[in-house]
Structures are given as structure tokens and as C-alpha cells.
Design a protein around this ligand. Structure first.
Ligand code: UD1
Ligand code: CA
Length: 435
């Protein structure tokens, strides 16, 4: 019944206040462009359609968003004009379809808040979202006798006092939105916010929901971006703590939009979670570790000072210690790589022990090659494993070896200069020192 039909995201503005060559909505929060936050949250509403109103430069940057419709706003004439452009292109809409309009530069709006807005839509013309703010630049919600009568743009008002700011989200039925948007008159631009006073003048009721700045913040400049990042990180910390994750020093951690961490995992201070990280339960992540695009399975230990890079899986109870870098590798359960290693394009079978300073030489200057280490192998410290290479189950490599040929199972490979002992050489050197 209250299902959202279409989410319209406005992102065609120039974003000049950002002072950047990158379109504003592509600046990142939690390692993801703010536009992706908006899309991520919009998808939670399971709408039939998500459309983004873009300008030409943003369209060129967004070619990879395959499941989202882009509508180009040819003349950048304001938020009212952007919605008009979108509705003009959405020809299939029926009168009672529920439309959500949202700005691409308000990335922290939650789907649960939009659902709250839809819940009170009923026989109202539309519902807006406000938040308490001291920052002068937002539009102001004007409430009279408990009803929203207008949104007044801040323009030259620089007085810093708390007021109810417009977060820029509108929920309405398609027909109503169409009728109201058509009536917006051009001032300097077409202001979407004018539809509130237009509705009120027509005797229509406008509802509103109130949230806080941590959700409603709009990003116009880099200062706003920093604030939004702080709010985003606070929110993630709370989420993980509620899920039963122990964050030893929460403010020193950095999470991404898609970070997943499960119950009873302990994260020590100063850990960076880049995009695409899943950490299963009962994992321990020690300080100064840097993870991206990887899966860490139950009971594993990572760090301190570990770098886990893209396409890596660390299986149950494996131990990856200090100054170990792993890329595009599958590290099976109970493997130990405890100190000072580079492991790339490698599979390591369960129970193997990789000695300190082991380096996989995966790159020949042109191509990357694979290394396979079987189960229960022992790789002696300071070995170089030159790929492509297979070291089969239960074999052992002597410390300091440079291994260039495959090693059969159950065997021992040694590949280094023989040690020479010259007995009494040092004594003679000492005795003859005056010669
Ligand atoms: C807008 C609101 C203001 C609100 C604030 C919330 C209007 C007139 N003002 O102001 O009430 O408090 O957001 O953050 O709506 N856009 C287009 N096409 C255009 C112009 C803008 O798609 O022609 C897009 C922008 O890319 C942006 C969004 O609409 O994502 C808002 O535009 P912006 O210029 O940032 O409006 P604000 O001045 O922040
Ligand atoms: Ca804005």
C-alpha cells in the first residue's frame, strides 16, 4: 500500500562551493561517493525506479551505474526545474504512485526516516523533512499551528540561531507533485521549496518529520564533507557496537559504507576498513591494520600492521601477523604468516606455516603469476618463491632459499649457497694483525 514507486535524486547542480573538478556528489564519505550512499539507502525502500537527475559532466562520470536511470537536466535552473525535468521523463507514473524526491548532496538520510514520512502522507499533499540546525545557509521550515506553511530560503540571513532546516526530502503522490511543481514560478531559479507555500495557499495540508543534523546535513563545501564523515563514522561505530563487536578505541577506527563486522570480533585501536571488507565473528584485528576488498573468516587474527588487499580470503583461525601484505590470495584455515611477508596471487593450504620474511615473487615485470602452496607445508624464513610455482602438500623449504621449480609432496627443497667453514681463520687473522 505505502510502497515507494520512484525515488528521484537531484544531482545536476554545479556544486561550485566544493571548489573541485570532481562533481560534488562523487566526493566520498566512508570511502564511497555520496551519491552511492543515497542510492544505497534508496534501494532499501525497494522502489520500482530510482532516477538521478544529472548534468552532462556527471553523466559522463556515471556510466557504470547500470541499474539506475539517468535523466539529463539541460538547463541548470534550480531544484524545482530539476524535478520538473524528471517528471517530464517519467511518463508511466500513475496518480497515486508514491514519489520520493531527494538531493544527491544529503547522503546520510536514512530509509527508515523516509518510511516514517510515507506513514504520515495519507491525505496530505506532501511531507517534508526538517532538522535542527545552527548553520545559517539552509532553507527554513515555517510552522504555523503545527502545520508546515512554507520553506523560506536563507539567502542573506547570517544570524546563527537554532531553527528547523529543510533537509530537502519530499514525499508525495505523483499527481499532487506534478500539479504543485508546475506552479513554481521562476525567481532567479525555480525553487522546489516553493511547493510548500503553493500547497498551503491551495488549502492543502503539508506534513513534516523532524530529524537531527547528523542525518539531515547537506554538503556544499569541504567543511561540510568533513562534518558528514564524522557523523557517518559515529553512526557506524554505534551500529557495530549494537551488533556485539568490541571496538577498543572507537574514534580511532575508519569504516566504509559497506563494511560488515560480526559479533564478538575485537578491533584494536587505529584500524582502517576500506571498501568491500567483511569480518566474520570472533576475529581479532590488531592495531594499524589496513584492509580492503577482503573476507576475514571466523576466529582469524590480523595484525598489528597487516595490509590485506583486494580479493583476499583469510580462512578460520588463520594468523596474519605484523608487516604482512597479502593480495589476491586464499589463505586457508590455521595457516600462520606471522612476520614480514609479501603474499600475492597465492593459495595456501590449511595448516601451512610461512616463515618470517617469505616473499612471493609473483611479477616478472610484465605478468602476474600464481603460486600454490599445499597443506601443512613449512616455508623457512627469508625464502623467495618465484611464481609460477607449486609447492605440494607436506613439503618443507629451507630458510633463505630461492625456489624456482615445483616441489613435490612430502619433500624438502633447499636452494642456497653451501656454507663454508674455515676453521681458525679468525684467530689467525687476529694473531697476524701486526704483520
Ligand atoms: C537546497 C534547498 C534548501 C535546503 C538544502 C538542504 C532549494 C531551493 N533549496 O539548498 O532549502 O535547506 O538544499 O541541503 O531547493 N540540483 C539540480 N538541478 C539544479 C540545481 C540543483 O539537480 O538545477 C541539485 C544539486 O545537484 C544538489 C541539490 O539539487 O544535489 C540541491 O541543490 P543545491 O544548489 O545544493 O541547493 P542548496 O543551496 O543546498
Ligand atoms: Ca546543497
Amino acid at each position: 500500500m505505502n510502497k515507494v514507486h520512484t525515488v528521484i535524486v537531484l544531482a545536476a547542480g554545479y556544486g561550485k562551493r566544493m571548489n573541485s573538478n570532481l562533481p560534488k556528489v562523487l566526493h566520498k564519505i566512508g570511502n564511497f561517493p555520496m551519491l552511492e550512499h543515497v542510492i544505497f539507502n534508496a534501494k532499501q525502500l525497494a522502489p520500482e525506479n530510482i532516477v538521478i537527475v544529472v548534468n552532462q559532466s556527471l553523466r559522463e562520470n556515471l556510466s557504470k551505474l547500470s541499474d539506475i536511470e539517468l535523466i539529463t537536466q539541460e538547463s541548470i535552473l534550480g531544484t524545482g526545474y530539476a524535478v520538473r525535468t524528471a517528471l517530464h521523463n517519467l511518463t508511466e507514473l500513475r496518480d497515486l504512485d508514491i514519489i520520493v524526491v531527494q538531493y544527491g548532496d544529503t547522503p546520510l538520510i536514512k530509509s527508515s526516516t523516509i518510511i516514517e514520512m510515507i506513514d504520515i502522507l495519507q491525505n496530505k499533499a506532501l511531507v517534508c523533512l526538517g532538522f535542527k540546525s545552527h548553520k545559517p545557509e539552509y532553507g527554513r521550515l515555517i510552522i504555523e499551528n503545527g502545520a508546515l506553511k512554507a520553506i523560506v530560503e536563507a539567502q542573506n540571513d547570517t544570524v546563527k540561531r537554532e531553527y528547523l532546516a529543510n533537509a530537502g526530502v519530499i514525499v508525495a503522490y505523483a499527481k499532487e507533485l506534478h500539479n504543485l511543481v508546475r506552479k513554481i514560478e521562476r525567481k532567479h531559479e525555480y525553487h522546489l521549496t516553493d511547493i510548500v507555500s503553493i500547497a498551503a495557499t491551495c488549502g492543502l495540508e503539508v506534513g513534516y518529520v523532524v530529524t537531527d543534523e547528523a542525518e539531515g546535513i547537506g554538503i556544499n563545501n569541504r567543511d561540510d564533507l568533513i562534518k558528514a564523515e564524522v557523523y557517518f563514522q559515529e553512526d557506524k561505530r554505534k551500529l557495530f557496537t549494537d551488533l556485539g563487536v568490541t571496538l577498543v578505541s572507537p574514534k580511532t577506527l575508519f569504516f566504509s559504507l559497506d563494511t560488515q563486522i560480526f559479533k564478538d570480533t575485537v578491533v584494536d585501536p587505529y584500524v582502517f576498513f576500506g571498501p568491500g571488507v567483511t569480518v566474520q565473528s570472533e576475529v581479532r584485528i590488531l592495531s594499524f591494520s589496513h584492509l580492503e576488498h577482503c573476507v576475514i573468516m571466523k576466529g582469524a587474527t590480523i595484525g598489528p600492521f597487516a595490509r590485506i588487499r583486494k580479493n583476499t580470503t583469510i580462512d578460520d583461525h588463520a594468523i596474519v601477523g605484523n608487516f604482512v601484505e597479502i593480495k589476491k590470495s586464499n589463505i586457508q584455515r590455521n595457516v600462520k604468516i606471522k612476520h614480514l611477508s609479501y603474499i600475492g596471487d597465492t593459495e595456501i593450504g590449511h595448516g601451512s606455516n610461512i616463515g618470517a620474511g617469505t616473499i612471493v615473487c609473483n611479477y616478472d615485470g610484465k605478468n602476474k603469476h600464481k603460486t600454490r602452496i599445499g597443506r601443512d607445508c613449512f616455508i623457512g624464513a627469508n625464502s623467495s618463491l618465484v611464481a609460477p610455482l607449486n609447492i605440494h602438500d607436506n613439503s618443507m623449504i629451507a630458510a633463505g632459499s630461492v625456489i624456482v621449480k615445483d616441489v613435490p609432496k612430502e619433500s624438502f627443497a633447499i636452494a642456497r649457497e653451501k656454507q663454508i667453514i674455515k676453521e681458525n681463520f679468525n684467530k689467525q687473522l687476529k694473531d697476524n694483525k701486526n704483520i
